[in-house]
Design a protein around this ligand. Structure first.
Ligand SMILES: Cc1ncc(COP(=O)(O)O)c(C=O)c1O
Length: 386
């Protein structure tokens, strides 16, 4: 029996094979420093856990409306006012199973078969796979440090065809942790509108921007589809809860799609998330953010000192995208060698695209300073002795 040929074009995460090997080594008693993991190491804040448990105890375990609990949609709309001074109505908010669910719904609602979607390489790998799954064409555009590893108006102009329907960006970006300049976003949003297309801005790493003034893409243009999630800043990856703010005309389409694909996002997670915006929870999350910043401020200079080239400093998320040309022409093999030889796990560039991927690795600071120090110590010994 044949299978869907779409799947043949979809790549697994290379880092998963690495992670499996790391687990094997751990089972043999080896100590592995995990600097590959793309999720916070902090537990979900207690008020959120308590709200989730309470909901389950009280029997709040049935389907919610496909667009989400009205109270949570309202709380998210209010969050935009509090955090960004942006007016969002709860009817624009769609609750989804993670940002992943939101990306799928957004693309599902706006894409036609054969449409082209512009995205940055390196970038979040699932996006091009979602596009493929929906029978579109992902057009990966090579980006580099000169644009902060972000798309620019020029990239859009140079790559636009009459099939281009969607542009996807993330700020801060995974894997680079870099931001999209507001002035550039304004120009891009204008261009996308003029060309009757859609712009999706993934703000999943919002809340983890360490110095810069934070703005949401909604302040630029209300037609932008903004993706967010409880996974990263809110430390809730496994609860599988995200959201999207979309123009109201798309929400009814997403409602229909969500009813059919997901029925709804997980109910206990939605009740738990009602406690995510409490001052007590936010205080815990802000202290976690402080720790991420301290880790970045330790790791960044330490990696540079070792000889990694950090072409542009990350302003957010919990990743450093490092050029490792000095050590290797094959970052995948390099990542494997580091794991086998010194028990340091990092993610090879090829998980994020094809653009000079062999020269880059992504190093995550999703572990304690103590463990990062140990990782740097091992790297130093290994890289010096080669
Ligand atoms: C840029 C980006 N978008 C979306 C996601 C999906 O996140 P989730 O489905 O856990 O909300 C991730 C996860 O790593 C990501 O890095």
């Amino acid at each position: 029996m044949s299978h869907s040929t779409r799947i043949d074009d979809i790549q697994p995460f290379h880092v998963m094979a690495l992670l499996a090997r790391a687990k094997e080594l751990e089972a043999q008693g080896k100590d592995i420093i995990h600097m590959e993991i793309g999720e916070p190491d902090f537990p979900t804040p207690q008020p959120v856990v308590d709200a989730g448990i309470k909901a389950i105890r009280e029997g709040d375990v049935h389907y919610t409306p496909a667009l989400g609990l009205p109270g949570l949609r309202e709380a998210i709309a209010t969050f935009y006012k509090t955090r960004y001074d942006e007016n969002v109505t709860s009817s624009q908010v769609v609750i989804t199973p993670g940002a992943s669910g939101a990306l799928m719904l957004a693309l599902g609602a706006i894409m036609q078969e054969g449409d082209e979607v512009l995205l940055a390489d390196p970038g979040y790998p699932c996006n091009r796979n979602f596009v493929r799954f929906l029978s579109g064409t992902a057009c990966s555009i090579p980006v580099d440090a000169s644009s902060g590893f972000q798309l620019t108006l020029k990239h859009l102009q140079d790559n636009w065809t009459d099939k281009t329907r969607v542009v996807m960006v993330a700020s801060p970006s995974n894997p680079t942790g870099t931001l999209l300049e507001k002035t550039e976003l304004i120009k891009m949003a204008q261009y996308v509108k003029e060309n009757d297309a859609y712009l999706i801005v993934d703000e999943i790493y919002h809340g983890l921007i360490y110095e810069q003034e934070v703005y949401t893409a909604l302040s630029v243009d209300k037609n932008i589809i903004v993706i967010n999630s409880f996974s990263k800043y809110f430390n809730m990856t496994g609860w599988r809860l995200g959201w999207m703010v979309a123009p109201e005309k798309l929400v009814s389409l997403m409602d229909k799609l969500s009813q059919n694909i997901f029925l709804a996002a997980p109910t206990p997670a939605q009740y738990a998330a009602l406690a995510a915006f409490n001052p007590e929870t936010i205080a815990i999350l802000e202290s976690h953010k402080e720790q991420f910043k301290k880790r970045r401020d330790f790791l960044l200079p330490a990696l540079k000192k070792l000889g990694f080239r950090i072409e542009i400093e990350p302003q957010g998320a919990f990743y450093i995208y490092a050029n490792c040309e000095k050590f290797t022409q094959d970052s995948y093999q390099f990542a494997y060698d580091l794991l086998e030889e010194i028990g340091v796990a990092i993610t090879p560039g090829k998980d994020f695209g094809d653009n000079h991927a062999n020269n880059y690795v992504r190093i995550a600071y999703t572990t304690s300073i103590g463990r990062l120090e140990e990782g740097v110590k091992r790297l130093k010994q290994y890289l010096i002795n080669r």
